[in-house]
Design a protein around this ligand. Structure first.
Ligand SMILES: Nc1ncnc2c1ncn2[C@@H]1O[C@H](COP(=O)(O)OP(=O)(O)OP(=O)(O)O)[C@@H](O)[C@H]1O
Ligand SMILES: O=P(O)(O)OC[C@H]1O[C@H](OP(=O)(O)OP(=O)(O)O)[C@H](O)[C@@H]1O
Ligand SMILES: [Mg+2]
Length: 285
């Protein structure tokens, strides 16, 4: 049986979370650190360790079948490569920034200006959409330094916390796109490999749903159970079990991890006690 070739970033910001996701979906790799490719144990997958920026071309050529890659790189270099799944880590945005001291009211003000970036296609498309004509300086790293050394009037680069912009006396003025790590798929994927990919996607979805949710258990007096259930809809409906102490029940449910703190006060106000919140490893609906 042929193996699905999956590319991950060899080293850098995506590597650790990508390897953790593969492990969480049951793809275990015995990896000597310097290997460029490795086979998974007990699953028809081969992992290739590559530079993030090189991955779109490997996908286009069908050298690899799928990849975990930053969506921003795919947008820059990977037109016609499909995103099968958004993965929820390495979230960032690609932004235009200008020196703090300069006035900026609209994108039109970049007409005739110099913009430094590592993402020329993304920037050029954005300028075209806005009818702006600017000169691009393509540099591969430390883009934020460009205005300070007189190389450019503005930059386009990745922003996450904003601290790199702050340290370089720059301010964010436009968001061109938002990005996160994605599972991308080669346009040349065979049907046989599509079946392996489907299994992987199903497993990823189960892990991501689990990461997004919490298992909640609590005790409550029986007369309050209906009110509490209305606060915790759960997957189908909450489980309610009698406690040894008469007149009390235990309620078990699943809750979106972002909603927990909003609901907790209402649960307490309705008599809930002994509330436990536990992580969920995988969730198959
Ligand atoms: N500060 C950040 N916060 C969150 N995500 C980021 C940040 N910087 C980059 N990313 C995301 O992580 C990806 C990898 O970034 P990283 O800096 O590790 O690699 P790179 O230098 O762009 O790529 P290569 O592997 O080609 O050297 C980026 O394409 C982007 O999607
Ligand atoms: O808004 P922040 O949280 O400061 O993050 C933004 C910075 O992160 C990235 O660089 P990275 O640290 O990956 O360095 P690199 O240029 O060597 O890739 C990006 O190119 C920015 O410089
Ligand atoms: Mg980087």
């Amino acid at each position: 049986m042929s193996k699905l070739k999956i590319a991950v970033q060899k080293s850098g910001r995506l590597n650790e979370d990508s390897m953790k996701l593969l492990k969480d979906i049951g793809i275990y790799i015995d990896n000597g650190k310097d290997q460029l490719k490795a086979s998974a144990k007990g699953f028809p997958v081969e992992v290739f360790y590559l530079r993030n920026g090189d991955i779109p071309q490997y996908l286009k050529d069908g050298v690899v079948d799928a990849a975990i890659i930053g969506e921003n790189v795919l947008i820059e270099k990977g037109n016609d490569i499909k995103v099968a799944e958004k993965l929820g880590f390495s979230t960032c945005r690609v932004c235009i920034a200008v020196p703090k001291s300069s006035t900026y009211n609209s994108i039109k003000e970049l007409n005739g200006k110099r913009i430094a970036t590592s993402y020329p296609n993304t920037v050029q498309n954005f300028l075209n959409e806005n009818g702006v004509n600017a000169k691009l300086h393509i540099i591969n790293g430390s883009v934020e330094i460009a205005p300070n050394i007189g190389l450019a009037d503005a930059i386009v680069d990745i922003v996450s916390s904003g601290s790199t912009l702050f340290k370089n006396n720059l301010k964010e003025v436009e968001v061109i796109l938002k990005s996160e790590a994605v599972l991308a798929v080669s346009p040349l994927l065979s049907e046989e490999k599509q079946a392996i990919l489907n299994t992987i996607q199903f497993r990823i979805q189960s892990v991501l749903k689990g990461r997004q949710s919490k298992y909640i258990l609590l005790n409550a007096p029986n007369e309050k159970i209906d009110d509490i259930i209305s606060l915790l809809p759960g997957m189908k409906s909450p489980t309610v079990l009698p406690l040894a102490q008469e007149g009390w029940s235990s309620v078990h449910s699943v809750i979106n991890k972002n909603e927990f703190w909003d609901v907790i006060e209402a649960l307490k106000a309705n008599g809930a006690q002994g509330i436990l919140v536990c992580p969920i490893e995988k969730m198959v609906i």
